[in-house]
Design a protein around this ligand. Structure first.
Ligand code: SAH
Length: 253
């Protein structure tokens, strides 16, 4: 069934309004008719089965039929911190990471980031990334849309470790800790994966420098490997995320 995230303010007690691109999609792409059923979510705490009550020129009104349980979210939140990759690879990381179950994406700049950071283009690009997260979350039947942050500096990324229960830095040269062990210890310390926040940092095409790995280690990051094969930057975050969610029982067991 087609699903839409709609802003909480368009969500009433008995009705909801779908506007903008979503209304266009519903009317012109899905060719929706009055009486059709869809699922609507406010992306926060409410998801409902809904029936189309009326179709206007630019908006669709739905009647909320039944609240649905929100049980598609992983117990632990994984934040993928991705050193800005070339081309449109960040879009791939956001789309696939959302499908698998990432809670947040934090693009950052590091010593070997090759992408030129263009503040002027930033707003547009961020808007596009957020749209990709929303659409992937709808497609994957997520209950929440993952957050996408504006790019941060290396030092801001290091500071973010303080907000996480576990901070991991993927480093292909040397694994100083096993991902599984680091995760197990952090989960035990917290008494379970529920609500846990795990930051997973991935370097750019050229990798992290030795100095960056040392700085990260001083800031509470644990340096982990993802196996003997060197993964492309856009692959590493998705693989690390999948390993974490597998270990916390989210990938079908
Ligand atoms: N420039 C390096 C590879 C960098 S891969 C080289 O050619 O040797 C890009 C990023 O993906 C790395 O910074 C790291 O964060 C992650 N990565 C890729 N393969 C990995 C592995 N086997 N273990 C841990 N991290 C890995």
């Amino acid at each position: 069934m087609q699903r839409y995230f709609i802003p909480p303010e368009q969500f009433g007690a008995m009705e909801a309004t779908i506007a903008g691109d979503d209304a266009h999609h519903l009317i012109h792409v899905m060719r929706a008719r009055t009486g059709d059923s869809i699922i609507v979510s406010n992306g926060l705490n409410r998801e409902a089965l809904a029936q189309i009550a009326s179709i206007g020129k630019n908006a669709v009104t739905v009647k909320l039929v039944e609240d649905l349980p929100m049980n598609a979210e992983p117990k632990a939140q994984v934040w993928i911190a991705q050193s800005l990759p070339k081309g449109d690879k960040m879009e791939l990381v956001i789309q696939k990471g959302t499908e698998v179950g990432a809670a947040r994406f934090v693009p950052f700049l590091s010593a070997r980031t090759v992408v030129q950071y263009d503040a002027k283009k930033e707003a547009k690009r961020l808007e596009r990334w957020r749209k990709i997260a929303k659409e992937a979350a709808e497609q994957a039947h997520r209950n929440l849309i993952p957050e996408v942050d504006a790019p941060v500096s290396w030092s801001q990324l290091l500071a973010l470790a303080k907000d996480a229960d576990l901070a991991l830095l993927c480093y292909e040269k040397e694994s100083r800790q096993k991902l599984k062990t680091a995760l197990k210890q952090a989960v035990e310390k917290r008494g379970g994966p529920e609500g846990m926040r795990i930051l997973l940092a991935v370097g750019p095409e050229g990798g992290f420098t030795e100095q960056e790995a040392e700085e990260a280690e001083r800031e509470r990051f644990q340096i982990v490997g993802l196996g003997a094969r060197i993964l492309r930057t856009e692959t590493a975050g998705i693989v690390g995320l999948t390993c974490i969610l597998y270990e916390t029982g989210e990938m079908g067991g």
